[in-house]
Design a protein around this ligand. Structure first.
Ligand SMILES: [Zn+2]
Length: 389
């Protein structure tokens, strides 16, 4: 029997609005709190949780950036000669994504999404390492560096495996009493919400499944640990998309050349621009100012949300749409999806959750990067309680 297991379970996209009126996890984690998220997608929310730092500190923000000098994709340029009927097919993209990931030795999450092969040599991909591993951040350490340096044996999700196999692997680690810390990351709810939206009956059904799984994990832990410090949380929420914006058509219609006058990445809720001359900057700025579905984020606001980058690395101009609007087609997808996240962090559906079996959550835990502090404190206690060697 071991003394304490700190158990951190991240349920991707389990936003505050999704579970506000649902009893999710109440029986074993009754202390609940609404948390502010971080501006960006999971590509920045998850690293912020794992490091306790903000995008302008860890520089894990959006996936694709304009960086032709460092682009690892130059060898893919010939694919532009293939017909779009082939290259825009999701199945072709998925196969190619796997192939490229192995070729380029990327260790994190990787997807070519819908980046046109005509321009792919202009872009770099910013998550070459896995934030779920030690030394996995673009800048600075994460919780796995802390655990490794302090020789605390831990469980972490293997994202190449299914949710069920990760559940079973966690239970096996608990039963072997091999671990003193666990970080479980379940991504299935996020995928479901993107497809069916946040009002579908499939959402509470999925939450009931997670409850059963957590109950199984707790059941195993009761036999091997005197106490479990349980934290269940999310990285962001999910908004239904009821309006589509073809921003690409508006930009393509301008007398400007992509890659010569400007560069752009169309994310699904943001467009990020780099300018190579004043005319491009003026024309694009003016065009965006006339798009009612969104707005250009001022520097002060980006700074306030800790997503302003002095060197313009992720874009010199950030255009963000209103909650519920989807940029489509985008470099993330050719076709509409039912729901999306990555809107303004103060939009209603952006807020995240934190549920625990502890009696209270400290007042200074208000945003998802603060979850790191809970993890580090729980890990420090494991060091302090360690029997002398
Ligand atoms: Zn998602």
């Amino acid at each position: 029997m071991k003394p304490v297991l700190p158990l951190f379970i991240m349920v991707d996209a389990c936003g505050w609005e999704i579970v506000r009126n649902d009893p999710f996890a109440k029986s074993f984690a009754p202390t609940r709190k609404k948390l502010g998220s971080v501006f960006g997608y999971s590509s920045t929310c998850v690293p912020s949780i794992l490091s306790g730092r903000w995008p302008d500190e860890h520089r894990n923000w959006c996936y694709f950036v304009y960086d032709p000098v460092r682009s690892p994709f130059r060898s893919l340029r010939w694919l532009k000669w293939l017909p779009t009927a082939v290259t825009s097919r999701r199945i072709f993209r998925r196969w190619l994504t796997k192939f490229v990931k192995v070729q380029l030795k990327f260790r994190g999450y990787f997807d070519l999404y819908n980046i046109p092969f005509k321009y792919i040599h202009l872009f770099d991909f910013t998550e070459k390492k896995s934030p779920l591993q030690p030394e996995g951040m673009n800048r600075g350490p994460n919780i796995f560096d802390f655990l490794t340096q302090n020789r605390i044996p831990y469980f972490v999700t293997d994202t190449s495996q299914s949710e069920e196999s990760n559940r079973d692997a966690l239970i096996a680690s608990i039963e072997s009493e091999r671990i003193d810390f666990a970080f479980q990351y379940w991504a299935g709810l996020d995928g479901l919400l993107h497809t069916v939206g946040n009002q579908s009956e499939q959402v509470p059904a999925k939450l009931r499944v997670y409850e059963q799984w957590i109950e199984q994990v707790l059941q195993a832990a009761r036999g091997h640990y005197e106490e479990v410090k349980l934290y269940i949380f999310s990285d962001h929420g999910m908004a239904n998309c009821d309006e589509y914006l073809d921003l690409k058509a508006k930009i393509d219609a301008l007398p400007l050349r992509m890659g010569v006058d400007y560069a752009v990445v169309f994310d699904s809720t943001m467009a990020r621009f780099w300018f190579f001359n004043d005319q491009a900057r003026q024309l694009i700025t003016k065009t965006l100012q006339e798009v009612p579905e969104g707005r250009i984020l001022p520097e002060a606001e980006l700074r306030e949300h800790r997503a302003y980058f002095d060197d313009g690395y992720f874009g010199e101009l950030i255009f963000l749409v209103r909650e519920g609007v989807l940029i489509v087609p985008s470099h993330m997808g050719e076709r509409p999806i039912r729901a999306m996240h990555g809107y303004h962090p103060t939009d209603p559906q952006s807020y995240a959750t934190l549920f625990t079996n502890q009696p209270s959550i400290p007042d200074d835990i208000t945003h998802i990067p603060h979850i790191y502090r809970l993890m580090e404190n729980a890990a420090r206690e494991r060091i302090r309680d360690r029997p002398p060697a």
